[in-house]
Design a protein around this ligand. Structure first.
Ligand code: LLP
Length: 418
């Protein structure tokens, strides 16, 4: 997102953040429509005339306005739950452009997938293939499927977001995948037309993905020789972004690497999430107190781990910027940015140098992916609003939850038992 100080005030895409805070309150997630479009188009352009589908990973940011914007650009989608699929159906997205991934799809989720006609279902086990066969037979449909191969390559990322090693729960080892394809060749219900993998997230080096894709391409050759008509390879998502001084490959180089490895007679599918929306979002939060002790300074803000879980869950670093630039010569203090939640793990940034007082606004950067979607109501905190900056205007795309909302699912039940 294009953020810059104008007269010492942080502006994003030409919109001054204090104004956004004034209009919508804090904490608040703010997204840049321009950045989302630019990243999606960078993927699309990089494929040139290669047959491809960009299946945006809905889990990264599932706000309806974001999904609608991507659908309008021509995006496909990768979903991992019935709930994510319902979001796409709610905005009138073509289910034919949806890939359904995930290791534990329920019967109800598979029923929804086959009844609305998703483009492909990525199978992660033989048991799932059997379950899907039954569900599809009952609905009288013949869905296209890919098998998610676990290629056993090390993506060199945080262990919680590494998925392509044999000790991970995801996908099938190559031998089991091959055997399942041969079994599905006899199926009168499932149509195996793709091969898929996803080895991990926040990858800063593209070579493990290229290695994984090489393994998939070899498998495709074997399957084709056996008479199974595979038409597409799904390389998953995973391209990382720079939260600090990391230097991930560019979208263009990343796609070029895939195109080089995948023969031209196979369509290429990818499932990027973070690299499309991650840098398009920030979290505005207000300093409640600056608590200085001999040991330490704490900037206690009104956002918390309930809004942004990544720092405490993955030890992730998100840059923090003062929304109003400090006066020249102002005294800076080094401290931790923490929230009001009753956990010592409730921190958003550590050892940052700031010259701010109570009432000041801070922007926590690069939270467009896995920010709001991982938020919770812990400590009975209503989740913050989401705001989209588009064409110089700030538009509310999700309202702030209210305390009343949070009681809805319980209060009537409580009263009926009094
Ligand atoms: N496809 C599949 C099957 C996935 O499991 C994922 C992410 C993606 C695509 C999208 O990956 P991306 O392009 O966004 O890296 N909460 C963690 C990230 C978890 C990623 C889970 N799977 C975080 O905040 O870093």
């Amino acid at each position: 997102m294009a953020s810059d100080y104008l007269n010492d005030v942080l502006c994003v895409d030409g919109v001054a953040l204090p104004e956004v805070a004034e209009n919508f309150g804090t904490p608040a997630f703010v997204y840049s429509a321009q950045t989302i479009a630019a990243n999606w188009c960078a993927y699309d352009d990089a494929f040139g005339d290669r047959a491809h589908q960009i299946s945006y990973a809905v889990k990264a940011n599932s706000n309806l306005a974001v999904l609608g914007q991507l659908a309008a650009l021509g995006s496909g989608f990768d979903v991992v739950s019935g709930g994510e699929l319902q979001r796409l159906l709610a905005i009138g997205c073509d289910p034919g452009r949806v890939v359904f991934s995930g290791v534990g799809k329920s019967i109800q989720e598979l029923e929804l997938a086959v009844s609305c006609g998703v483009g492909s279902i990525n199978l992660e086990s033989r048991e799932e293939a059997l379950r899907l066969s039954e569900v599809a037979a009952a609905h009288g449909v013949r869905p296209e499927v890919s098998i998610r191969v676990n290629p056993d390559v090390d993506p060199k990322t945080h262990p919680y977001i590494s998925t392509g090693l044999k000790e991970n729960k995801f996908g099938l080892p190559i031998d089991e995948a091959r055997a399942l394809y041969l079994e599905l060749q006899q199926s009168e219900i499932l149509r195996p037309t793709g091969v898929a993998c996803h080895i991990g997230s926040q990858l800063l080096d593209a070579s493990p993905v290229r290695d994984a894709v090489e393994i998939l391409v070899e498998l495709v050759a074997e399957l084709r020789a056996a008479g199974i008509a595979i038409t597409r390879v799904d390389a998953g998502g995973g391209l990382g972004i720079a939260y600090g001084d990391e230097a991930p490959p560019s979208i263009g180089d990343y796609v070029a690497g895939l195109c080089e490895k995948i023969p031209a007679d196979l369509a290429i599918e990818i499932e990027p999430g973070r690299s499309i929306v991650g840098k398009a979002g920030l979290l505005i939060t207000r300093v409640e107190y600056v608590k200085k002790s001999e040991q330490k300074t704490f900037f206690i803000v009104d956002a918390a781990m309930s809004e942004l879980l990544r720092p405490t869950l993955y030890n992730a670093t998100h840059k923090v910027m003062a929304v109003r630039q400090a006066r020249r010569g102002a005294e800076h203090f080094v401290g931790d940015v923490v929230g009001p939640v009753c956990e010592s793990g409730d921190w958003l940034a550590r050892n940052v140098s700031l010259a701010v007082n109570s009432g000041a606004l801070l922007a926590i950067c690069d939270v467009g992916a896995y920010g709001f979607v991982m938020s919770s109501n812990y400590n009975s905190r209503p989740r913050p609003p989401e705001i989209l900056l588009d064409n110089g205007a700030a538009r509310l795309i999700r309202s702030r939850e209210s305390h009343g909302n949070l009681l809805l699912d319980e209060l009537e039940l409580f009263k009926t038992h009094q």
